[in-house]
Design a protein around this ligand. Structure first.
Ligand SMILES: NC(=O)c1ccc[n+]([C@@H]2O[C@H](COP(=O)([O-])OP(=O)(O)OC[C@H]3O[C@@H](n4cnc5c(N)ncnc54)[C@H](O)[C@@H]3O)[C@@H](O)[C@H]2O)c1
Length: 282
């Protein structure tokens, strides 16, 4: 290992290729922006190829990147092995190699329209089909991308995989958080999401142990709830359950993500880094 004169240099990602799945989502876009800002060539990966192209172009303009170092767009479905294989091939055609993979794509079902799904969100009624879909995207998708993209890293003897977890993968949901101001409850956090995120944290440990000797580090980054125009009442309840007293800003995962993808975390593997305002400390 070459020791850098300045520790801060070890956070830089110049010349590194970092693949981000779920790149068009709330946090995915911030992950891409953070990694590109640290010098990485980011592979913007999500279901909608045209959307990936548009975001990659916008990011390139925003950060004034050249065609050789700027973001690459890759539309694929993380649950489909053929689609992942094809994406890897196209990625390598464009970037030659892969240094880091951020498994960020996930389904957090029923968050958008809880009122409409009130009855279905109860554990007793929760549909098997939704359970299976979350397992497919959140767990199988993480497995497939790690297996395919990670092999490139293992073959070259170096790489970093960051699996995006959730506080609900660490502690069980407090259902009273979802009570409305009048005390009624129209939405329950569903069982699939916390279960899949717990699986992601354990998968991280498995793979860190398996690929340690191959030079591939594997860690979980566990975000807390991110502010995204939730009702004031919800934000206030969330803040009261959080030592730092508030929800996360979408930009606040960036420091930990850059650290985990870079050589600055060269002796960190199998860890779960919680960026959750202390939510899991209580
Ligand atoms: N937002 C939060 O408050 C929060 C809190 C804790 C953890 N997280 C985690 O952070 C990550 C990102 O969350 P977010 O809020 O940005 O989610 P989001 O719903 O905004 O984005 C998820 C993205 O994943 C993509 N995706 C879904 N299925 C896919 C598939 N089969 N193949 C490829 N892409 C697919 C979607 O198209 C979407 O762009 C997730 O892993 C989530 O569990 C988020």
């Amino acid at each position: 290992m070459t020791a850098s004169k300045h520790t801060i240099d070890r956070f830089r990602l110049d010349g590194r290729v970092c693949v981000v799945t779920g790149a068009l989502g709330l946090l995915g876009r911030e992950h891409c922006r953070a990694l590109a800002g640290a010098g990485a060539r980011v592979v913007v990966a999500d279901l909608d190829e045209k959307g990936c192209e548009a975001f990659a172009a916008a990011l390139s303009d925003e950060l004034k990147m050249s065609e050789e170092t700027g973001p690459v767009a890759l539309g694929f479905d993380v649950t489909d092995p053929d689609s992942v294989d094809d994406a890897l091939e196209r990625c390598l055609d464009a970037t030659m190699t892969v240094h880091a993979l951020v498994n960020n794509a996930a389904i957090n079902d029923m968050v958008e329209n809880p009122e409409a799904n009130a009855e279905l969100s109860k554990f007793e009624n929760y549909p098997l089909e939704l359970w299976r879909r979350s397992m497919e995207v959140n767990v199988t998708g993480t497995f497939l991308c790690s297996q395919r993209f990670g092999k490139v890293m293992a073959d070259q003897g170096r790489g970093s995989i960051v699996n995006i977890g959730s506080t609900y993968g660490v502690s069980g949901p407090d259902q009273s958080l979802y009570k409305r101001p009048d005390g009624s409850q129209k939405f329950y956090k569903t069982p699939a999401y916390p279960t899949t995120k717990g699986a992601v944290i354990q998968f991280t440990r498995y793979l860190a142990a398996y690929w340690g000797q191959a030079g591939v580090r594997v860690n979980t980054l566990t975000p807390g709830g991110v502010e995204n125009d939730q009702p004031d009442h919800f934000q206030s309840m969330y803040g009261k359950r959080t030592p730092l007293g508030r929800m996360a800003d979408r930009t606040e995962m960036a420091g930990a993500l850059i650290w985990l993808c870079s050589d600055a975390s060269s002796y960190v593997t199998g860890a779960n880094i919680c960026v959750d305002g202390g939510w899991t400390a209580w």
